[in-house]
Design a protein around this ligand. Sequence first.
Ligand code: KG4
Ligand code: ZN
Length: 344
Amino acid sequence: MFVLGIETTCDETAAAIVKDGHDILSNSIFSQSELHQKYGGVFPEIASRSHTTHLISVIERALSEAKLSFSDLDLIAVANGPGLMGSILVGLNTAKALAYSLKIPLIGINHVEAHLYASMMNQKSYFPSLGVVLSGGHTFLLKMDEAHRSHLLGTTQDDAIGEAFDKVASILDLPYPGGPAIETLAQLGDASKYFFKKGTIKDRPFDFSFSGLKTKVLYTVKGQGGSKKKTSIIDPKEKKHIAASFQKTVFQDVIDKMRKAIDKYRLKSVYLGGGVTENQTLQKMVSQTFSDCKIFFPSKGLSLDNGAMIAGLGYQKFISKRQSDPLSLDVKVRIPLEDLHQNQ
Ligand code: KG4
Ligand code: ZN
Protein backbone atom coordinates (compact mmCIF):
# COMPACT_ATOMS: atom_id res chain seq x y z
CA MET A 1 0.00 0.00 0.00
CA PHE A 2 1.29 3.46 -0.91
CA VAL A 3 0.33 5.87 1.87
CA LEU A 4 0.61 9.66 1.74
CA GLY A 5 1.20 11.13 5.21
CA ILE A 6 0.44 14.81 5.84
CA GLU A 7 1.75 16.71 8.89
CA THR A 8 0.88 20.34 9.65
CA THR A 9 0.19 20.39 13.40
CA CYS A 10 2.82 23.02 14.25
CA ASP A 11 5.47 24.80 12.18
CA GLU A 12 6.65 22.07 9.84
CA THR A 13 4.82 21.57 6.54
CA ALA A 14 5.52 17.92 5.81
CA ALA A 15 4.41 15.14 3.48
CA ALA A 16 5.83 11.68 2.85
CA ILE A 17 5.13 8.49 0.96
CA VAL A 18 5.58 5.26 2.91
CA LYS A 19 5.02 1.79 1.48
CA ASP A 20 3.37 -0.82 3.74
CA GLY A 21 4.01 1.09 6.95
CA HIS A 22 7.82 0.95 6.95
CA ASP A 23 9.40 1.60 3.57
CA ILE A 24 10.00 5.37 3.34
CA LEU A 25 9.99 6.38 -0.34
CA SER A 26 10.11 10.12 0.33
CA ASN A 27 9.99 12.50 3.28
CA SER A 28 9.49 16.09 2.20
CA ILE A 29 9.60 18.92 4.75
CA PHE A 30 9.35 22.69 4.55
CA SER A 31 10.50 24.14 7.88
CA GLN A 32 9.05 27.48 8.91
CA SER A 33 11.53 28.09 11.72
CA GLU A 34 13.03 31.16 10.00
CA LEU A 35 9.59 32.78 9.86
CA HIS A 36 9.11 32.37 13.61
CA GLN A 37 12.64 33.26 14.67
CA LYS A 38 11.97 36.87 15.58
CA TYR A 39 9.12 35.82 17.91
CA GLY A 40 11.25 33.24 19.78
CA GLY A 41 8.48 30.67 19.29
CA VAL A 42 5.72 29.65 16.89
CA PHE A 43 3.34 32.44 15.85
CA PRO A 44 0.12 30.48 15.11
CA GLU A 45 -1.41 32.73 12.42
CA ILE A 46 1.86 32.87 10.48
CA ALA A 47 2.16 29.08 10.79
CA SER A 48 -1.26 28.36 9.26
CA ARG A 49 -0.75 30.87 6.43
CA SER A 50 2.59 29.33 5.59
CA HIS A 51 1.08 25.81 5.55
CA THR A 52 -1.53 27.08 3.07
CA THR A 53 1.20 28.48 0.82
CA HIS A 54 3.52 25.48 0.89
CA LEU A 55 1.53 22.28 1.49
CA ILE A 56 0.61 21.47 -2.12
CA SER A 57 4.18 21.85 -3.37
CA VAL A 58 5.50 19.78 -0.43
CA ILE A 59 3.02 16.98 -1.35
CA GLU A 60 3.99 17.19 -5.02
CA ARG A 61 7.67 16.96 -4.07
CA ALA A 62 6.95 13.88 -1.91
CA LEU A 63 5.21 12.21 -4.87
CA SER A 64 7.92 13.06 -7.39
CA GLU A 65 10.75 11.89 -5.08
CA ALA A 66 8.84 8.61 -4.64
CA LYS A 67 8.39 8.48 -8.44
CA LEU A 68 4.64 8.14 -8.00
CA SER A 69 1.58 10.13 -9.04
CA PHE A 70 -1.65 10.87 -7.18
CA SER A 71 -3.40 7.94 -8.87
CA ASP A 72 -0.90 5.48 -7.30
CA LEU A 73 -1.94 6.38 -3.75
CA ASP A 74 -3.98 3.88 -1.71
CA LEU A 75 -4.54 5.78 1.54
CA ILE A 76 -4.16 9.28 2.96
CA ALA A 77 -3.07 9.64 6.59
CA VAL A 78 -3.22 13.04 8.23
CA ALA A 79 -2.26 14.32 11.68
CA ASN A 80 -5.53 15.73 13.03
CA GLY A 81 -4.11 16.70 16.44
CA PRO A 82 -2.94 17.61 18.95
CA GLY A 83 -1.50 20.94 17.87
CA LEU A 84 -2.50 24.36 16.56
CA MET A 85 -6.10 24.56 15.33
CA GLY A 86 -5.46 26.71 12.24
CA SER A 87 -2.40 24.72 11.21
CA ILE A 88 -4.10 21.34 11.59
CA LEU A 89 -7.10 22.55 9.58
CA VAL A 90 -4.88 23.22 6.55
CA GLY A 91 -3.53 19.66 6.52
CA LEU A 92 -6.85 18.05 7.39
CA ASN A 93 -8.86 19.85 4.73
CA THR A 94 -6.22 19.17 2.10
CA ALA A 95 -6.23 15.49 3.06
CA LYS A 96 -10.02 15.34 2.88
CA ALA A 97 -10.11 17.02 -0.54
CA LEU A 98 -7.49 14.59 -1.88
CA ALA A 99 -9.18 11.51 -0.41
CA TYR A 100 -12.56 12.60 -1.81
CA SER A 101 -11.29 13.41 -5.29
CA LEU A 102 -9.04 10.34 -5.55
CA LYS A 103 -11.75 8.10 -4.02
CA ILE A 104 -9.33 6.58 -1.52
CA PRO A 105 -9.68 6.16 2.28
CA LEU A 106 -8.65 8.78 4.82
CA ILE A 107 -7.28 8.09 8.29
CA GLY A 108 -6.67 10.56 11.14
CA ILE A 109 -3.49 10.12 13.15
CA ASN A 110 -2.54 11.29 16.60
CA HIS A 111 0.67 13.30 16.20
CA VAL A 112 2.06 12.19 19.60
CA GLU A 113 1.54 8.48 18.89
CA ALA A 114 3.19 9.03 15.52
CA HIS A 115 6.33 10.43 17.23
CA LEU A 116 6.65 7.10 19.04
CA TYR A 117 5.95 5.09 15.90
CA ALA A 118 8.97 6.86 14.40
CA SER A 119 11.26 4.81 16.65
CA MET A 120 9.29 1.56 16.10
CA MET A 121 9.42 1.64 12.32
CA ASN A 122 11.53 -1.26 11.08
CA GLN A 123 12.22 -2.44 14.66
CA LYS A 124 11.21 -5.56 16.51
CA SER A 125 8.68 -4.87 19.28
CA TYR A 126 9.39 -5.58 22.93
CA PHE A 127 6.33 -4.93 25.07
CA PRO A 128 5.45 -3.82 27.69
CA SER A 129 7.56 -0.80 26.98
CA LEU A 130 8.03 2.82 27.94
CA GLY A 131 7.08 5.51 25.42
CA VAL A 132 8.87 8.83 25.90
CA VAL A 133 7.67 11.79 23.84
CA LEU A 134 9.90 14.88 24.12
CA SER A 135 8.94 17.63 21.70
CA GLY A 136 8.21 21.32 21.41
CA GLY A 137 4.58 20.89 22.38
CA HIS A 138 4.50 17.60 24.27
CA THR A 139 6.17 15.80 27.14
CA PHE A 140 4.81 12.33 27.89
CA LEU A 141 5.78 9.14 29.64
CA LEU A 142 3.52 6.30 28.50
CA LYS A 143 3.33 2.64 29.43
CA MET A 144 2.78 0.82 26.17
CA ASP A 145 1.26 -2.66 26.17
CA GLU A 146 1.11 -2.69 22.37
CA ALA A 147 1.82 -0.12 19.68
CA HIS A 148 -1.78 1.11 19.87
CA ARG A 149 -2.52 0.49 23.55
CA SER A 150 -0.92 3.00 25.90
CA HIS A 151 -1.49 4.33 29.40
CA LEU A 152 -0.45 7.83 30.30
CA LEU A 153 2.00 7.75 33.23
CA GLY A 154 3.01 11.38 33.33
CA THR A 155 3.10 14.66 31.49
CA THR A 156 4.18 18.23 32.08
CA GLN A 157 2.29 20.54 34.40
CA ASP A 158 3.49 23.68 32.59
CA ASP A 159 5.94 24.08 29.69
CA ALA A 160 6.72 21.24 27.31
CA ILE A 161 10.38 20.19 27.35
CA GLY A 162 11.20 21.61 23.90
CA GLU A 163 9.36 24.80 24.82
CA ALA A 164 11.64 25.09 27.88
CA PHE A 165 14.68 24.78 25.58
CA ASP A 166 13.21 27.45 23.28
CA LYS A 167 12.49 29.84 26.19
CA VAL A 168 15.89 29.37 27.83
CA ALA A 169 17.55 29.90 24.43
CA SER A 170 15.70 33.17 24.08
CA ILE A 171 16.91 34.25 27.57
CA LEU A 172 20.46 33.48 26.40
CA ASP A 173 19.91 35.40 23.13
CA LEU A 174 20.17 32.23 21.08
CA PRO A 175 18.09 31.73 17.91
CA TYR A 176 14.82 29.77 17.56
CA PRO A 177 14.46 26.78 17.65
CA GLY A 178 16.41 26.80 20.88
CA GLY A 179 17.14 23.09 21.25
CA PRO A 180 19.87 22.78 18.62
CA ALA A 181 21.38 26.15 19.67
CA ILE A 182 21.57 25.11 23.34
CA GLU A 183 23.01 21.71 22.42
CA THR A 184 25.80 23.32 20.37
CA LEU A 185 26.66 25.93 23.01
CA ALA A 186 26.48 23.38 25.84
CA GLN A 187 29.20 21.30 24.21
CA LEU A 188 31.66 24.09 25.13
CA GLY A 189 30.41 24.48 28.70
CA ASP A 190 30.91 22.93 32.11
CA ALA A 191 27.61 21.38 33.21
CA SER A 192 28.60 21.41 36.89
CA LYS A 193 29.33 25.15 37.06
CA TYR A 194 25.73 26.11 37.89
CA PHE A 195 23.37 24.16 40.10
CA PHE A 196 19.78 24.13 38.83
CA LYS A 197 17.10 22.11 40.59
CA LYS A 198 14.79 19.85 38.60
CA GLY A 199 11.04 20.33 38.97
CA THR A 200 9.02 17.87 41.05
CA ILE A 201 5.29 17.56 41.55
CA LYS A 202 4.01 16.27 44.88
CA ASP A 203 2.52 12.75 44.65
CA ARG A 204 3.00 12.64 40.87
CA PRO A 205 6.32 10.87 40.38
CA PHE A 206 6.08 10.78 36.59
CA ASP A 207 4.99 14.37 35.99
CA PHE A 208 7.29 17.19 34.90
CA SER A 209 7.55 20.89 35.63
CA PHE A 210 10.01 23.10 33.78
CA SER A 211 8.81 26.60 34.56
CA GLY A 212 10.67 26.91 37.90
CA LEU A 213 13.92 25.88 36.22
CA LYS A 214 13.31 28.36 33.39
CA THR A 215 12.74 31.16 35.94
CA LYS A 216 15.93 30.17 37.79
CA VAL A 217 17.88 30.52 34.53
CA LEU A 218 16.16 33.87 33.87
CA TYR A 219 17.16 35.23 37.31
CA THR A 220 20.71 33.90 36.91
CA VAL A 221 21.07 35.79 33.62
CA LYS A 222 19.06 38.95 34.34
CA GLY A 223 19.35 39.22 38.12
CA GLN A 224 16.87 38.21 40.83
CA GLY A 225 13.33 39.26 39.82
CA GLY A 226 14.59 40.31 36.38
CA SER A 227 12.42 40.09 33.27
CA LYS A 228 13.30 38.82 29.79
CA LYS A 229 13.65 42.37 28.46
CA LYS A 230 16.25 43.41 31.06
CA THR A 231 19.90 43.47 30.09
CA SER A 232 21.98 40.54 31.13
CA ILE A 233 24.11 40.80 34.31
CA ILE A 234 26.43 37.93 33.47
CA ASP A 235 29.68 37.78 31.55
CA PRO A 236 28.71 36.41 28.06
CA LYS A 237 31.34 33.71 28.61
CA GLU A 238 29.06 32.20 31.27
CA LYS A 239 26.33 31.40 28.74
CA LYS A 240 27.89 28.13 27.66
CA HIS A 241 28.07 26.91 31.27
CA ILE A 242 24.45 27.92 31.90
CA ALA A 243 23.34 26.14 28.70
CA ALA A 244 25.25 22.98 29.71
CA SER A 245 23.91 23.02 33.29
CA PHE A 246 20.32 23.62 32.13
CA GLN A 247 20.51 20.82 29.56
CA LYS A 248 22.01 18.36 32.02
CA THR A 249 19.38 19.13 34.69
CA VAL A 250 16.51 18.61 32.24
CA PHE A 251 17.89 15.36 30.83
CA GLN A 252 18.76 13.95 34.25
CA ASP A 253 15.16 14.66 35.29
CA VAL A 254 13.82 12.73 32.26
CA ILE A 255 16.23 9.85 32.90
CA ASP A 256 15.37 9.58 36.62
CA LYS A 257 11.65 9.37 35.77
CA MET A 258 12.31 6.83 33.03
CA ARG A 259 14.24 4.68 35.53
CA LYS A 260 11.38 4.83 38.04
CA ALA A 261 8.83 3.81 35.39
CA ILE A 262 10.98 0.96 34.00
CA ASP A 263 11.53 -0.49 37.49
CA LYS A 264 7.96 -0.05 38.71
CA TYR A 265 6.30 -1.62 35.64
CA ARG A 266 9.14 -4.01 34.69
CA LEU A 267 9.34 -2.61 31.18
CA LYS A 268 11.41 -4.35 28.53
CA SER A 269 12.20 -1.50 26.19
CA VAL A 270 11.99 2.24 25.62
CA TYR A 271 10.78 3.98 22.46
CA LEU A 272 11.60 7.69 22.31
CA GLY A 273 10.31 10.32 19.90
CA GLY A 274 9.96 14.05 19.28
CA GLY A 275 12.31 16.87 18.31
CA VAL A 276 14.27 16.90 21.58
CA THR A 277 15.37 13.28 21.01
CA GLU A 278 17.56 14.64 18.19
CA ASN A 279 19.92 15.83 20.97
CA GLN A 280 23.16 13.81 20.99
CA THR A 281 23.89 14.46 24.68
CA LEU A 282 20.47 13.02 25.57
CA GLN A 283 21.09 10.00 23.32
CA LYS A 284 24.43 9.38 25.00
CA MET A 285 23.10 9.83 28.56
CA VAL A 286 20.15 7.48 27.90
CA SER A 287 22.25 4.78 26.23
CA GLN A 288 24.82 4.85 29.07
CA THR A 289 22.17 4.73 31.81
CA PHE A 290 19.93 1.99 30.45
CA SER A 291 22.32 -0.73 29.42
CA ASP A 292 19.82 -3.26 30.88
CA CYS A 293 16.98 -2.24 28.57
CA LYS A 294 16.45 -2.03 24.79
CA ILE A 295 16.46 1.62 23.73
CA PHE A 296 15.07 2.87 20.43
CA PHE A 297 15.55 6.40 19.11
CA PRO A 298 13.97 7.51 15.82
CA SER A 299 16.24 6.98 12.86
CA LYS A 300 17.70 9.96 11.03
CA GLY A 301 15.11 12.48 9.84
CA LEU A 302 12.31 11.05 11.97
CA SER A 303 12.78 12.88 15.32
CA LEU A 304 11.38 16.24 14.30
CA ASP A 305 7.91 16.62 12.84
CA ASN A 306 7.64 14.70 9.58
CA GLY A 307 5.10 13.05 7.28
CA ALA A 308 6.72 9.59 7.29
CA MET A 309 5.73 8.86 10.89
CA ILE A 310 2.13 9.86 10.02
CA ALA A 311 2.02 7.69 6.89
CA GLY A 312 3.64 4.73 8.72
CA LEU A 313 1.24 4.79 11.64
CA GLY A 314 -1.64 5.49 9.22
CA TYR A 315 -0.96 2.18 7.48
CA GLN A 316 -0.81 0.28 10.80
CA LYS A 317 -4.06 1.81 12.05
CA PHE A 318 -5.86 1.22 8.77
CA ILE A 319 -4.78 -2.44 8.67
CA SER A 320 -5.65 -3.13 12.31
CA LYS A 321 -8.97 -1.22 12.35
CA ARG A 322 -9.90 -2.37 8.82
CA GLN A 323 -11.75 0.88 8.62
CA SER A 324 -11.11 4.42 7.47
CA ASP A 325 -12.29 7.68 9.00
CA PRO A 326 -15.23 9.66 7.59
CA LEU A 327 -14.79 12.96 5.75
CA SER A 328 -16.41 14.57 8.81
CA LEU A 329 -13.18 13.79 10.77
CA ASP A 330 -12.51 16.73 13.05
CA VAL A 331 -9.49 18.45 14.58
CA LYS A 332 -8.40 17.18 18.00
CA VAL A 333 -6.49 20.13 19.42
CA ARG A 334 -6.01 18.78 22.90
CA ILE A 335 -4.65 15.97 24.98
CA PRO A 336 -5.63 13.61 26.64
CA LEU A 337 -5.47 11.65 23.49
CA GLU A 338 -8.44 9.54 22.59
CA ASP A 339 -6.57 6.25 22.69
CA LEU A 340 -4.54 6.89 25.81
CA HIS A 341 -6.15 5.81 29.05
CA GLN A 342 -5.22 7.70 32.19
CA ASN A 343 -3.53 5.30 34.60
CA GLN A 344 -3.37 6.89 38.02
O1 KG4 B 1 8.77 17.28 17.53
P1 KG4 B 1 9.01 18.68 17.11
O2 KG4 B 1 9.57 18.91 15.73
O3 KG4 B 1 7.69 19.54 17.18
C1 KG4 B 1 6.64 19.36 18.08
O4 KG4 B 1 5.87 18.38 17.95
O5 KG4 B 1 6.56 20.19 18.99
O6 KG4 B 1 9.96 19.34 18.22
C2 KG4 B 1 10.43 20.65 18.12
C3 KG4 B 1 11.18 20.95 19.41
C4 KG4 B 1 11.62 22.40 19.55
O7 KG4 B 1 11.21 22.89 20.81
C5 KG4 B 1 13.14 22.33 19.45
O8 KG4 B 1 13.81 23.33 20.21
C6 KG4 B 1 13.42 20.95 20.01
O9 KG4 B 1 12.37 20.15 19.51
N1 KG4 B 1 14.70 20.41 19.52
C7 KG4 B 1 15.73 20.11 20.33
C8 KG4 B 1 16.79 19.72 19.46
N2 KG4 B 1 16.36 19.79 18.17
C9 KG4 B 1 15.06 20.22 18.23
N3 KG4 B 1 15.87 20.15 21.67
C10 KG4 B 1 17.06 19.80 22.19
N4 KG4 B 1 18.12 19.43 21.43
C11 KG4 B 1 18.05 19.37 20.08
N5 KG4 B 1 19.10 19.01 19.36
ZN1 ZN C 1 5.94 16.92 17.03
